[in-house]
Design a protein around this ligand. Structure first.
Ligand code: DX5
Ligand code: ZN
Length: 228
């Protein structure tokens, strides 16, 4: 993974057919996904439950791009090695998930993965100011985590602030929640380079009709790039 600030679209398989993850991953990659975003939820840190390490290891066999694993779980540390073994390229933990995010980031990098920090809408940019040299990605949540298909919460000011704080560091700003051709340009203009999109990528398509995924991905990308 070489660092680039070009716009990247990371479809979230939270909006895929849960009985057909392998073919869904192949379909979004064939249709231009840059990364594959995997939402891990524990029914405790967030009020929804998805999948754990064995499922993520099974997804790995199909992901040819970058497997971007977003942990919405607490605690995080006991599971870091399991996600490294499952093949995560990037492992993102929420800053709100525990008192020791610094230790968590060290452990993620120590296990050979890129380290991400996710911020809930209520957490300010300043919360990561002492962590920017320990992170490869800051994920700004533009919904309260737990579900796909929620309404976008505008975090333009936070993203701008983070962009300035990051400076020249090779740190991605990822936006997660409510990304579509209307909202993506706002976040790209503010300084984001990775756009997670679940419902806006999968809507109207299917494994059999995956050309629609391609149209959706291209529409989000074109809108975002037009704002740069
Ligand atoms: C929300 C997840 C998101 C979600 C995005 O908790 O972290 O990745 O799937 O879905 P949309 O794009 O539908 O808002
Ligand atoms: Zn996510």
């Amino acid at each position: 993974m070489t660092f680039s600030r070009k716009i990247k679209i990371a479809p979230s398989i939270l909006s895929a057919d849960f009985a057909d993850f392998g073919r869904e991953i192949q379909a979004i990659e064939a249709e231009g996904a840059d990364w594959v975003h995997i939402d891990v939820m524990d029914g405790h840190f967030v009020p929804n439950l998805t999948f754990g390490p064995p499922a993520v290891a099974a997804f790995r066999k199909h992901v040819k791009t970058v497997m971007d694993v977003h942990l919405m779980i607490a605690p995080v540390d006991p599971y870091i090695d399991a996600y490294a073994k499952a093949g995560a390229d990037i492992l993102t933990a929420h800053i709100e998930a525990g008192p020791h995010i610094h230790r968590t980031l060290q452990a993620i990098r120590g296990a050979g993965m890129k380290a991400g920090i996710a911020l809930n809408p209520g957490t300010p940019a300043e919360a990561v100011s002492d962590l920017l040299d320990m992170a490869d990605l800051i994920c700004v949540m533009t919904v309260n985590p737990g579900f796909g298909g929620q309404k976008f919460i505008d975090m333009t000011a936070k993203v701008r602030k983070l962009r300035a704080m990051i400076g020249d560091r090779p740190v991605h700003i990822e936006i997660d929640g409510g990304m579509d051709p209307v909202t993506a340009p706002l976040m790209a203009a503010a300084g984001a380079d990775v756009l997670v999109a679940g419902s806006a990528v999968f809507k109207g398509g299917s494994v059999e009709n995956h050309a629609v995924y391609g149209q959706n991905i291209r529409a989000i990308r074109a809108a975002a790039e037009s704002a740069l």
